[in-house]
Design a protein around this ligand. Structure first.
Ligand code: KMH
Ligand code: ZN
Length: 302
C-alpha cells in the first residue's frame, strides 16, 4: 500500500500583502472559502492566519479567527492549525489570543528568534494600501522573537493546558537542536511534526543541499521518532516540496509561502497549488493522507 503524504495548505499568512496578488484571501469569508476548496483538493491540514478585512493587514483578532474556524468547520473536517507566529510585529499575547480561545487540534510553534527579512520586496510592487511598504521595511529592524521563554509559554499554555500539538517551524539547523532539547526535557512529546522552512531571508536558503542537511541533522538529533514536512518559500515551493516527499516526508503549499503557480504566473487560488502538489504526489506513486490519518499519525486530540 502506498505511503500517505500529509499535504498542508497555508492559506494567507502574514508575509504577502494585498497589492502583491488579487487572489490573496483577506476577509474571513475569503480565507474560509479558499481553505475549504484547498481541503477538497487534498489538503489534510489548513494552516491559518487572519487579516483585517478593511486593510488586508495581518491581524491577531480572535473574533476574526473564530469566524474563519466556524465557517471551515461547517463544511470540512480538515485539521485546523492556527498560527502562533502571527507576524513579527505582534506581541506574544496577541499571537496566542486566538489559540487560547479556540483551542484547536494543532498550532504552529516557531523554534527560534531570527531576522525575517521581507524588506527586499518593498520596491518590487506598486502599493495600493499605505501600510504595505512600511510593514515590509520594518523587517529590516524588527526581530521575529521566539525566545526559549516564549517557546515554553506556548508549550505550556497551548500544548499542555489546551491539548494542541504542533507544527514545529524550523528555519535553520539550530532550531532542530532546540526541538531535541525540549524532547529531552519532556516538554515536547513524540511524535513531533517538523516543518523545514527553507528560503526565508535570515534562515536557511532554499536549496536541495540544505534540505538534505536539515534531514540529516534531524536524523542525527532525533533518531526515527519524528515526521517532517517541507515548506520552501517562493519559487522553490514545488521542487523542494517534491524532494521532501521523495525523502520520506510531507509537504506544505499555499499562498502564505508562494503566490505563484509557475514562473511569472500568479496562482489564482490556494486550491490550484494544492491540486498541483496532489498531482505530483500521486504521479510519484504516493497517496494523500486524510485528516483522520493525520489525527492518528500525529496523535491529535481530534
Ligand atoms: N510564514 C512561514 C514562513 C507561523 O505562522 O507560525 C512560517 C509560518 C510561521 O507559518
Ligand atoms: Zn504561518
Amino acid at each position: 500500500m502506498s505511503r500517505p503524504v500529509i499535504l498542508t495548505c497555508a492559506v494567507t499568512g502574514s508575509i504577502h500583502t494585498p497589492s502583491m496578488s488579487p487572489y490573496l484571501p483577506i476577509t474571513p469569508e475569503q480565507i474560509a472559502d479558499q481553505a475549504i476548496e484547498a481541503a477538497e483538493a487534498g489538503a489534510a491540514i489548513l494552516h491559518l492566519h487572519a487579516r483585517d478585512p478593511a486593510t488586508g493587514m495581518p491581524s491577531a483578532d480572535p473574533a476574526l479567527f473564530e469566524e474563519i474556524v466556524a465557517r471551515i468547520r461547517a463544511r470540512s473536517d480538515a485539521v485546523l492549525n492556527l498560527s502562533t507566529g502571527g507576524s513579527s510585529r505582534m506581541t506574544l499575547d496577541h499571537r496566542l489570543a486566538a489559540a487560547r480561545l479556540i483551542e484547536p487540534e494543532m498550532c504552529s510553534l516557531n523554534m527560534g528568534s531570527m531576522n525575517f527579512g521581507l524588506f527586499p520586496l518593498a520596491d518590487r510592487y506598486e502599493w495600493s494600501h499605505d501600510w504595505e511598504r512600511g510593514f515590509l521595511e520594518a523587517t529590516r529592524s524588527v526581530i521575529f522573537r521566539n525566545s526559549f521563554e516564549d517557546i515554553e509559554t506556548i508549550l505550556a499554555d497551548i500544548g499542555a493546558a489546551r491539548g494542541a500539538r504542533f507544527e514545529l517551524e524550523c528555519y535553520d539547523v539550530g532550531h532542530l537542536q532546540t526541538v531535541a532539547f525540549y524532547l529531552r526535557q519532556g516538554l515536547l512529546k513524540p511524535p513531533v511534526f517538523l516543518q523545514f522552512v527553507l528560503g526565508v531571508l535570515g534562515g536557511i536558503d532554499a536549496a536541495p543541499e540544505q534540505l538534505m542537511h536539515m534531514k540529516a541533522t534531524a536524523d542525527r538529533l532525533l533518531g526515527a521518532d519524528y515526521h517532517f514536512s517541507v515548506l520552501a518559500a517562493g519559487r522553490q515551493q514545488m521542487p523542494l516540496g517534491t524532494m521532501g516527499v521523495i525523502l520520506g516526508g510531507n509537504v506544505r503549499v499555499g499562498l502564505e509561502d508562494n503566490l505563484a503557480i509557475a514562473r511569472g504566473e500568479l496562482a489564482t487560488s490556494n486550491a490550484e497549488q494544492v491540486r498541483k502538489m496532489a498531482r505530483i504526489i500521486e504521479e510519484l506513486g504516493y497517496r494523500l493522507a486524510t485528516p483522520d490519518e493525520v489525527r492518528a499519525r500525529l496523535a491529535l486530540k481530534g
